[in-house]
Design a protein around this ligand. Structure first.
Ligand code: GDD
Ligand code: MN
Length: 360
């Protein structure tokens, strides 16, 4: 029989209080394997990598990849899997929520049914007291499941789990097609290659040992835009979808400011100008935080970036105001149509400027 070489890939971000316990628990279940544990740490400030090093300096089966420039669970997992040596790769959380006892079940299932991927599915059936998820997180997860089944075209117990086993050869096949799904790597893998033989093994998702979840609004935003992008069959890229949403919020800001200013008896041109400038600021900040977060401008760079954004987009602003004014004067003074016409021409211009010249 082919020797089973199992690589455990554990992405970490500020898990110093959890990693040693994790290593001990995982090691205790690996007797039947030739194994390695590969941590992928996004340069945690709490000394996670050093803790691992101090504990396992002499054990070459335990390694840490430290990433300096980037942050993200899915991308860390991908990097770890690409660097792993095993013919079986298992991604799991290092915070104690994924029970290592499930590992041998995953392997057994993969081998018995000759599958490509086996995932460990959390039970999301409302047994709150047993689960490591808060009631709110459970609801969000169930909603996420529903979105996932829409894009996958089949229903799974838990397509969003971060605990799964995959053959190295399968992973290498799908890797070039993976995007940046934030947390949802399994879903992206299953989506990228529809014919994978996939099975699920239910397990009890435990509570975190120490520290807090890193799943924040940004991760949720990524999931939303990722799902919508997949729903368009990938025709609309994630960044464009995010940009359009931000533009939509800018529209709200624009109207609020416009009507506010008109209510304060400002002339239409002045009110429109003020509304355009306020909406630009809103859009700049949100795009910096969400759409182009991986190329995010920080500190003083933000001020320069915004000035640059205004400078470049002044052409768009002039076009916006002129077109709005023209439309306003020629279409029976309908503010809505005038504003929409102005914003449409402005948005196209801003997207070009944003992706080419600001967040390069
Ligand atoms: N390298 C790296 N970079 N690791 C990260 C990052 C990151 O940006 N964010 C989180 N991690 C690591 C954590 O240190 C932990 O080991 C593991 O990834 C899971 O992160 P948590 O922050 O604990 O995630 P969670 O428990 O809220 O989410 C779990 O459920 C999700 C589904 O709802 C995870 O299993 C996810 O993978 C899963 O998608
Ligand atoms: Mn967790």
């Amino acid at each position: 029989m082919l020797q089973r070489k199992l690589s455990i890939i554990a992405p970490t971000y500020n898990e110093a209080d959890n990693v040693l316990h994790f290593i001990e628990r995982v090691k205790a279940t690996l007797n039947a394997f030739d194994w390695e544990i590969l941590f992928v740490d996004d340069n945690s400030a709490d000394g996670t990598a050093q803790k691992i090093y101090d504990y396992a300096a002499d054990d070459y089966r335990i390694r840490t990849i430290i990433r300096l420039e980037d942050r993200g669970l899915a991308r860390s997992s991908i990097q770890g899997m690409l660097s792993a040596k095993g013919n079986l790769l298992c991604v799991m959380d290092a915070d104690g929520q994924h029970d290592p006892m499930v590992l041998s079940e995953l392997v057994a299932r993969l081998e018995r049914d000759n599958l490509d991927v086996v995932s460990a599915a959390r039970r999301l059936d409302g047994r709150d007291e047993l689960s490591g998820l808060s009631p709110l997180r459970q609801k969000i997860s169930l909603f996420g499941n529903w979105c996932s089944s829409l894009i996958l075209g089949r229903k799974l117990l838990d397509p969003l789990t971060g605990f799964f086993l995959i053959r190295r050869s399968t992973f290498l096949e799908v890797a070039p097609h993976l995007g940046d799904p934030g947390f949802k790597l399994l879903l992206d893998i299953l989506y990228s290659h529809r014919n994978l033989r996939h099975g699920e093994v239910p397990f009890e998702f435990a509570s975190r040992h120490h520290g807090e979840s890193k799943l924040d609004c940004y991760v949720a935003w990524k999931f939303l835009t990722f799902t919508l992008s997949k729903m368009t069959g990938g025709m609309l890229p994630v960044s464009l979808i995010s940009f359009l949403f931000v533009g939509g919020s800018g529209l709200g800001v624009h109207f609020a400011t416009l009507y506010g200013a008109l209510w304060l008896s400002l002339p239409f041109l002045a009110a429109q100008t003020l509304a355009t400038l306020t909406a630009s600021a809103n859009n700049f900040l949100l795009n910096n935080l969400l759409t182009f977060r991986d190329r995010r401008l920080r500190g003083r760079q933000q001020i320069f970036g915004y000035l640059k954004f205004l400078g470049f987009s002044s052409i768009g602003i002039v076009a916006n105001i002129s077109l709005a004014k023209l439309t306003y004067e020629h279409f029976a003074h309908v503010i809505l149509i005038a504003t929409l016409a102005g914003l449409a021409i402005d948005s196209v211009w801003k997207f070009v400027v944003a992706s080419r010249f600001i967040w390069k």
